[in-house]
Design a protein around this ligand. Structure first.
Ligand SMILES: C[S@@+](CC[C@H](N)C(=O)[O-])C[C@H]1O[C@@H](n2cnc3c(N)ncnc32)[C@H](O)[C@@H]1O
Length: 311
């Protein structure tokens, strides 16, 4: 493309949030939003297409040759021309996109993305931000032990963060019930203080390293709990309330790492999202496993991350 453009892919149903966050938009192709300039932080993007090329390609064969000349691995995004997309994908080297076992390293080979804008015109980006095809973080799921699917959010957040709790670490899990996140933390070998007004599922309450404290997350005094390596919060509350909670814990200096869900009821509150995104050294993202919510992650410096270190 002659002027610099970046592509931002939204999860299904979140295109409007992404467009609103980006402000100036050049074009939208299905869930792919093109905005001017180099890539910038965009919480609602599950994958960012850096420097996409607008290619005139007279045939499937020509398209395959053009993409292969750039690199080996490509993944399609299709919002139209599905048959043409399938034919091009078949003409390219096979990309294995097996679900990831939590704890295994994410694939590091570059994975590009392409989309047909019209017959004979392809948009392709060799460099994309997500290691997962179209940002869809697929895991080998445990359909037996965790009491709900919320654990997938924490798996995804820790995988993208590149570190996770480990033996000997203390985790505070706020809004813990029924216990998916507590199960993730305890399974990693950490001690978990689970706080919720509602009880944990019996199978989670029975875990050795999990203790449940009944009560409100907002009534806790950091000094009563003491130092924690990870503060995880999945409480359903307004952004402003989460903000005050985080500020109290950040101010206490007792927490090294945060993973918190910022939930929206009704309209998305972009102003609050921007405030969380601007907190120094943190990251705000819409995970593939997030619903109408964003995940705010703030980590201690990598050298101090402890636990199991980088994935
Ligand atoms: C989305 S669920 C959490 C799911 C949990 N992360 C898991 O993996 O199972 C939200 C939880 O927040 C709890 N909650 C709501 N208000 C709370 C408060 N003031 N203090 C503590 N927990 C609260 C609810 O009882 C509910 O269990």
């Amino acid at each position: 493309m002659s002027t610099q453009v970046t592509g931002y892919l939204a999860a299904p149903g979140f295109e409007a949030d992404l467009a609103a966050e980006l402000g100036e938009v050049i074009a939208q192709h299905g869930r792919l939003v093109l905005a001017p300039g180099p890539a910038r932080p965009a919480a609602w993007a599950i994958n960012v297409w850096h420097e996409p090329l607008d290619l005139a390609v007279p045939s499937i064969g020509a398209a395959a040759r053009a993409l292969r000349a750039i690199q080996r691995n490509w993944w399609p995004y299709a919002f139209q021309l599905h048959r043409r997309t399938g034919l091009l994908a078949e003409a390219l080297p096979k990309v294995s996109a097996k679900p990831l076992t939590f704890g295994d390293p994410v694939p590091t080979a570059p994975l590009g993305s392409f989309v047909w804008l019209e017959t004979g015109r392809l948009l392709a980006a060799a460099h994309c931000s997500s290691p997962f095809p179209n940002g869809e973080a697929a895991f080998v799921e445990d359909r037996v032990v965790p009491p709900n699917r919320a654990y997938l959010k924490l798996w995804e957040a820790l995988t993208l963060a590149g570190c996770r709790p480990g033996p000997g670490q203390r985790c505070l899990d706020l809004g813990a019930s029924p216990g998916g996140w507590s199960w993730v933390l305890a399974s990693a070998g950490a001690e978990v203080i689970a706080v919720d007004k509602a009880p944990l599922a019996p199978s989670i309450a029975a875990l050795d390293r999990v203790s449940w404290h009944q009560g409100s997350a907002f009534a806790l005094e950091p000094a009563e709990i003491g130092p924690v390596d990870w503060l995880c919060c999945d409480v359903i509350c307004y952004p402003e309330r989460l903000w005050r909670l985080i500020e109290r814990w950040r101010g206490s200096g007792l927490v090294r790492n945060f993973v918190c869900t910022l939930k929206f009821q009704g309209e998305t509150d972009h102003e609050w999202a921007a405030r969380f995104a601007a907190l120094p050294g943190s990251r705000l993202c819409h995970l593939w496993h997030n619903k109408h919510e964003l995940t705010w992650i703030s980590l201690a410096s990598p050298a101090d991350s402890g636990g199991n270190g980088s994935l």
